[in-house]
Design a protein around this ligand. Structure first.
Ligand code: ACO
Length: 404
């Protein structure tokens, strides 16, 4: 008979919880989610309120420092960030080494990882001033790195940041502008992107944030930890889903002639191995993702403000309607998540599909930083070191090559 105790380590009982569905890895004061009720709050403030009234910079401050800033605090924060947007010229040269068609996500994580080599003066995780400086450097430089990754992917010249502009405006100018040509930032465009960044800013112990905390628990510096988080976000089941959603909508448009019904049928009958309705389902939300609700409302508004009509938005809406009425999705409590409508908006803004996950990373950065800082400042933090249940062979004698 199978004896489970033989599989357990001698140090005592371990729990096996694949995917950590029921295992908390830490205590946190940053973000509250009630997945059944569809509630999301940053530091106690409901996401709808922040999306409507706050800015990405203010929300970043809130996540990292725990309170909404005063006018002076926000001005100081914004000032510091605008003084650190430039990349070292040597780091700029890194971009030349990547293949022309490189995906911008690994370019982003490589450049962030390389920041550890440029700022060796301020890497000590227990030095308050060093952590403050790394925080500002990272918040300031990620939009520049992201814009350079974009420029690299389309083969256009890089633009230096213009520090008279705000964070989002600066990013848009560096992304879509050309050297020596004036670029007017459309305020509606900037506001829409700012709101999307707020919606992505934190989401407690998701895969990338847990990665940042786990890597940081070894006392790895902030840049190293965030670089690992960016790589975790790249996966199609996490941040990569926004790209996957758009590709799925295009496939339905081209290959299925816009027939959402047959696509839904194929997914639920699991006809294409592993194929899922991308942008649907969530480990925590078993109700409508509150962020998806806001994105859906904004999609029409933003597209009409930008003067864009997109048949993919109609396909997305029809797909959602079909899925929400289908027993397969009802029984499994599968609702649209934040990624379902964001791709349509990013596309209307002119971003290529490959940049969608980069935009997610820009938004998630303050959350990663807040969690890394909370973890490092918590005296109860231990290095993350899960156990396992060993299921391999019991002791065996070595077999010489000639006898195998
Ligand atoms: N389409 C079709 N079926 C699905 C989907 C989906 N999108 N999501 C889950 N299911 C089904 C599974 O096949 C499974 O069915 P079964 O019991 O018949 O085998 C059941 O629902 C439970 O699914 P799990 O994989 O156990 O759910 P889990 O909590 O592990 O997965 C996840 C959550 C990864 C988000 C999943 O819903 C998924 O793959 N969604 C598509 C990718 C996506 O949109 N990711 C973005 C997540 S949000 C974010 O990172 C911002």
């Amino acid at each position: 008979a199978f004896d489970i105790s033989k599989l357990l380590p001698s140090t005592g009982l371990v729990t096996l919880d694949s995917g950590f569905g029921n295992t908390a890895s830490c205590k946190s004061e940053i973000t509250y989610i009630d997945g059944d009720a569809g509630i999301l709050r940053y530091r106690g403030y409901p996401i709808d309120d922040l999306a409507e009234k706050s800015t990405f910079l203010e929300t970043s401050y809130l996540l990292i420092y725990g309170e909404l800033p005063s006018e002076d605090q926000l001005a100081d924060f914004s000032n510091k960030i605008s003084r650190h947007t430039l990349l070292h010229e040597d780091l700029k040269r890194f971009f030349e080494g990547f293949p022309r068609d490189a995906h911008p996500m690994p370019v982003l994580s490589s450049a962030v990882s390389a920041l550890s080599t440029f700022y060796q003066d301020a890497l000590d995780p227990f030095n308050h001033d060093a952590v403050e400086l790394s925080t500002v450097r990272l918040l300031a430089k990620l939009p520049t790195i992201a814009a350079y990754a974009y420029k690299k992917s389309v083969g256009q010249p890089f633009l230096y940041p213009d520090n008279s502009l705000g964070l989002v405006e600066n990013f848009l100018r560096m992304t879509f502008g050309f050297p020596a040509e004036p670029y007017e930032v459309d305020p509606a465009f900037a506001k829409a992107l700012d709101t999307l960044l707020i919606l992505h800013a934190d989401h407690e112990q998701n895969c990338s944030t847990s990665t940042v905390r786990l890597v940081g628990s070894s006392q790895a510096n902030l840049f190293a930890s965030v670089s690992a988080g960016i790589n975790a976000l790249f996966g199609p089941l996490h941040g990569g889903a926004n790209q996957a959603v758009l590709e799925m909508l295009q496939k339905i448009q081209v290959e299925e002639n816009g027939d959402v019904e047959s696509f839904v049928k194929r997914v639920k009958n699991k006809e294409d191995k592993g194929a899922r309705l991308m942008g649907f389902g969530h480990r925590v939300y078993k109700n409508y993702d509150p962020r998806a609700k806001i994105v859906k409302q904004s999609a029409d508004e933003i597209l009409s403000k930008l003067g864009v009509t997109d048949p993919l938005l109609d396909i997305a809406k029809a797909l959602e309607e079909k899925a929400l009425a289908d027993d397969y999705f009802i029984e499994r409590k599968l609702y649209p998540n934040v990624d379902f409508y964001t791709g349509v908006i990013y596309r209307a803004m002119g971003f290529p599909t490959k940049m969608f996950t980069v935009l997610f990373a820009l938004g998630r950065l303050p959350g990663w930083i807040a969690h890394w800082r909370e973890m490092i400042n918590d005296p109860t933090t231990k290095i993350g070191r899960p156990r396992q249940v060993y299921t391999g062979a019991t002791e065996r004698s070595y077999v010489p090559m000639g006898d195998r």
